[in-house]
Design a binder for this molecule. Structure first.
Ligand SMILES: [Zn+2]
Length: 358
């Protein structure tokens, strides 16, 4: 495995459901300390400051470190663990998946189960099983056994999805590419910027609790008070069988996605164009998204800070996002890092104040 694969493996495999980001935060703090001065906001977002040739403009990079997951809501007397979801799950992708319950006594592995098909009526069998009808099975037969293992109500539960390099070596399978892939783009770009002059101060922020409502974005942007922001995300694509032409428009391996429109955020237009023009100039492939996207982005909170922050979202296309088994492509990763480092070198005082000349 090369450096990027090692980083992606390490970041995706760390646990970090919303509000319980400790494991992944420790990792990111360790990496970011090599690159600048590291602090945090009071919700737990990590902020790395690297001053270049000028204290201003302040350029915020943001990638969320939390992943969707679960929390123990109840332990049944027969020894099954009921759960609440943290973040947006599609119930179809849950059954039969492995999980780890993070307890004070250590990790407790299990699987997600539901009433078995041979005991369902014909009507029940044709319906999707709702997550409220599922449970986690840690192989126990009584509540006492579950408690003995260390499981308590409100313990966080992390999906299990091993990092695997797929056939051909260019695409990867794992849990949590949303948004550890964005964290990895941010880290890799910051590493590259340590040997490149930049006319600004970079503030790389790994935010918490994005998946439950952009909460770390809201608090970290107040701490950072940026002049401009680039959000690094993972975005779901539909380049798979059974999807029509429109749904297939964004594809794996065709470059990172610049979001031109979302229901919750319209990017700063000159900044958006700066990304597209930089990509064109350096022959970096990019894709453009301007459709109705469900879900949120830290950008939605960040661009509304103060009197407004020029903001753009740059995402890696990911298949089966928000599942235990997402797929991303290395070409998209490399192109995102190239584009980001190209743009960061141009964000000087004049360019950034030009973004908001009306
Ligand atoms: Zn995300």
């Amino acid at each position: 495995m090369d450096e990027v694969q090692v980083l992606l493996k390490e970041l995706t495999q760390a646990g970090g459901v919303p509000g319980h980001e400790d494991d992944v935060r420790r990792l990111l703090q360790g990496h970011l300390r090599q690159l600048g001065e590291v602090g945090h906001d009071k919700l737990g977002s990590v902020i790395c400051t690297k001053q270049g040739e000028s204290a201003e403009p302040r350029v915020m990079l943001a990638a969320h470190m939390d992943e969707i997951g679960f929390m123990v809501s109840h332990i049944t007397k027969d020894g099954f663990v009921r759960f609440a979801t943290l973040g947006g799950w599609w119930d179809h992708v849950l059954l039969g998946q492995r999980v780890v319950i993070k307890t004070k006594k250590g990790d407790v592995p299990g699987t997600i189960g539901a009433k078995p098909p041979h005991l369902l009526s014909d009507e029940e069998r044709s319906k999707m099983v709702a997550n409220k009808d599922m449970y986690m099975d840690i192989g126990a037969t009584s509540r006492e056994e579950v408690e003995e293992a260390g499981v308590r109500v409100a313990d966080p539960i992390v999906p299990v999805g091993e990092f695997t390099v797929l056939a051909g070596g260019r695409s990867y399978l794992s849990k949590a590419f949303d948004d550890r892939a964005g964290c990895a783009v941010m880290l890799t770009a910051m590493r590259r910027m340590s040997s490149i002059a930049h006319p600004n101060t970079l503030l790389a922020v790994a935010t918490v609790q994005e998946e439950v409502g952009l909460r770390g974005a809201r608090t970290s942007v107040q701490t950072v008070n940026p002049d401009v922001a680039i959000i690094l995300e993972a975005t779901g694509v539909g380049d798979v069988p059974g999807v029509g032409e429109e749904g297939q428009a964004l594809r794996l391996g065709r470059g990172p996605v610049i979001t031109f429109y979302r229901q919750d955020m319209i990017p700063n237009l000159p900044l958006r164009d700066l990304l597209r023009d930089t990509a064109e100039k350096h022959d970096i492939p990019v894709q453009i998204r301007a459709d109705r996207i469900r879900g949120g982005t830290d950008g939605a909170a960040i661009h509304l800070h103060g009197s407004g922050v020029p903001t753009v979202v740059l995402s890696l296309p990911v298949r089966y996002v928000h599942s235990h088994s997402s797929i991303m492509h290395r070409a998209d990763f490399d192109a995102a890092v190239d584009l980001l480092t190209g743009v960061l070198q141009q964000l000087d005082r004049k360019t950034v104040s030009g973004l908001t000349e009306w």
